[in-house]
Design a protein around this ligand. Structure first.
Ligand SMILES: [Zn+2]
Length: 380
């Protein structure tokens, strides 16, 4: 006769075996690493050469308005969009060639947009409709598998980061630890981890994340321990207020573990974030936090750096103010496209920086184009 097990016995059994072992050490030191693999090598062989398996698309890429004049490393690029879809790495490599980009830091999208039963049309972006978003861990595996199956020439152009965790979960660092073990010597950084992020925060299931939470702090400890920089998206404030609401959270995060190198994406700017004198805020933060770097990808450059003010909001700084700040901290700024999964307009997102690069000294220009990001990523 088949023996059944009651609920109480099951809990006792699981407490004495694996489940408790999973819960207990993770609170302090992470998962147990001492157990050797049970069945030896996987029978599945990763093809190290050949074509992209999931996604390669033949797309039309718009050429840039001017020929590439700078050798650039894109420090912020999502292989996947919010539907976890991509044009693929071969098309991306072509777009990078057209824009003078030799390498790119690349990661997936840690949050996916759901297509609700009640929505007649599929969303294309997180803002497409009111459907909710959710944390999507498979994104890291897709990035790893796609990169590993490229030929060496394409593979060597990418500096992969991992990001697929729910950053409200104190186990998040343990989950990152697992993927680092699964792909040893592969990931060279952590991120982009989404903390406060305009409507995306409001649409995502669960509580609003914040960069100074215990879950984030465990990620900083892991970054410090493994020598991996941590790229965070953390809005400087909420939409529709000029009061700076969320900077204290970032300052606490920076002070928590000085050995963790934190890259603050977009200097805290997102859609509909309007604050005055961002150069002064950035100046004081960079002066007081030697473990802080910033990337100027996405719309911070268009809205705050260029003297164009597309939404008729004058923030108090000119492009020259930014040039002066970058020359003051030449080791701490990086450029990136923040493209998400699709590359038809990639070259334009790169050459837009020429207006800034043309005004920098040669040495500072080399640093923000290449050297700063190379100094941050882990070398194996
Ligand atoms: Zn991004």
């Amino acid at each position: 006769m088949k023996k059944t097990i009651d609920r109480r016995d099951f809990l006792k059994l699981s407490a004495s075996a694996g489940l408790a072992a999973f819960v207990a050490p993770a609170c302090t030191k992470g998962l147990d690493t001492t157990t050797p693999p049970v069945s030896g090598e996987s029978t599945l062989k990763v093809p190290l050469t050949g074509h992209g398996r999931a996604t390669d698309r033949d797309i039309t890429i718009e050429p840039p308005k001017e020929a590439p004049r700078y050798d650039i490393i894109d420090s912020h690029l999502h292989m996947m969009d919010f539907l976890e879809d991509t044009d693929g790495l071969r098309a991306l490599a072509k777009a990078m060639d057209m824009a003078g980009v030799s390498k790119a830091v690349i990661f997936g999208m840690p949050i996916a947009k759901q297509w609700d039963e009640t929505m007649p049309k599929a969303p294309t972006y997180y803002l497409s409709n009111d459907s909710r978003c959710y944390y999507y861990s498979a994104t890291d595996y897709m990035v790893a598998e796609e990169i590993l199956c490229q030929d060496e020439k394409v593979r060597d152009r990418f500096l992969p980061f991992c990001c697929g965790v729910n950053c409200n979960d104190r186990f998040a660092a343990d989950h990152i630890r697992q993927i680092l073990k699964l792909y040893p010597g592969f990931f060279v950084g952590i991120g982009e981890i989404m903390s406060r992020h305009d409507d995306l925060t409001a649409l995502t299931y669960g509580e609003a994340p914040h960069v100074n939470s215990d879950a984030f702090k465990r990620i900083y400890d892991l970054g410090a321990e493994e020598g991996l920089p941590v790229l965070v998206h953390h809005n400087i404030t909420a939409q529709s207020t000029e009061n700076i609401l969320y900077l204290d959270e970032l300052q606490e995060a920076l002070a928590y573990n000085r050995s963790c190198k934190i890259i603050w994406a977009h200097i805290g700017i997102s859609r509909r974030i309007e604050v005055k004198n961002l150069t002064k805020i950035a100046d004081s933060l960079l002066a007081n936090n030697s473990n802080l770097w910033v990337d100027i990808s996405w719309l911070v450059y268009d809205y705050y750096f260029l003297d164009e003010f597309p939404s008729n909001y004058f923030d108090g700084d000119t492009l020259q103010d930014w040039v002066n700040l970058i020359e003051k901290y030449p080791d701490r700024f990086m450029i990136g496209t923040d493209k998400v999964g699709h590359w038809s307009t990639y070259p334009a997102e790169v050459v837009k920086y020429y207006k800034l690069l043309d005004r920098l000294s040669e040495s500072t220009c080399n640093k923000i184009c290449r050297e700063n990001i190379l100094s941050l990523v882990k070398k194996y």
